[in-house]
Design a protein around this ligand. Sequence first.
Ligand code: RIB
Ligand code: CA
Length: 313
Amino acid sequence: MKNIILFADPGIDDSIAIMYALLNPDIRVLAIVSSYGNTSKEQATDNIAYLLKLAGREDIPIIGGTNSPSSGEIPTYYPEIHGQEGLGPIRPPESISGELTNFSELYKIIKDQDNITIVDVGRNTSLAALHLLGENIVEEIKEFYIMGGAFLVPGNVTPSAEANFYGDPIASQVVVRDLNNLYVVPLNVSNKAIITMDQIRYIQQMSDNPLIEIMDEVMEYYIDAYKKLVPGINGAPLHDVVTLSLMANPEMGKSIRREINILTTGTGMGTSIADFRPSSKPAEKNINIFLELDYPMFVEDFINVMGKADGKP
Ligand code: RIB
Ligand code: CA
């Protein structure tokens, strides 16, 4: 069993990742940190609250993360990919208004519980804040899984930068510089974690869980958006889900231990760099970059976790 604190900015693939975490019997979600990213923090919070209500898991605290990047700039949101409210065509009911727990509660949760994995599938501002504000707090964490970066492959917001590292490269640089036992899941791997509408419909035949019932509408929107971005694609990559899936099943991928640097200014802002030359040395810290994914194993895991979800919570 993995005890996780999930940092997210839902967002469609974040929302499916939250569903996956809640439905996976091998994962215990201790808290979800809500931050700006694909949408505003307020909207992300309502989306998380809605998903927790559907799952009957309102006992899980939603921690108030950051509103904007370290640079102080106004964040850019992505309604064309994630929908106006971050859940494609779905708008959480008016009655849902996410209650936020103070950020300081995170420190208590971390002190009270051993063996915590932090999974960050959004901009890294809140994670960097946790580290910079809490003396040695990150040493209490067993491991970190973060979705971000693009190593020697095209980016998805600029020719070389991936959205999470681009969204706050200053915070991401702090994270890759200071954290230990870090596992990075970049576009090299996450772009391959494509789920199709046929697979979603198959899952829906297997489960009548309320979370699964909304998956087709959400995924249809996301897949349509991806079809405009990547001609010929037959589904859409679940970047944030594959990060959790790799955390639960690390044998599903292959990683390489290397130091990472992220460009914080200029036209290459957000670009992630690691040295893959044959003569390069492993990172001194335990920092690992996933570069390969067993795709059939990912699909099997996704279908198993989502399809076996019990009916009503
Ligand atoms: O680049 C993919 C990442 O950016 C994912 O976390 C997605 O949710 C978006 O925020
Ligand atoms: Ca995300």
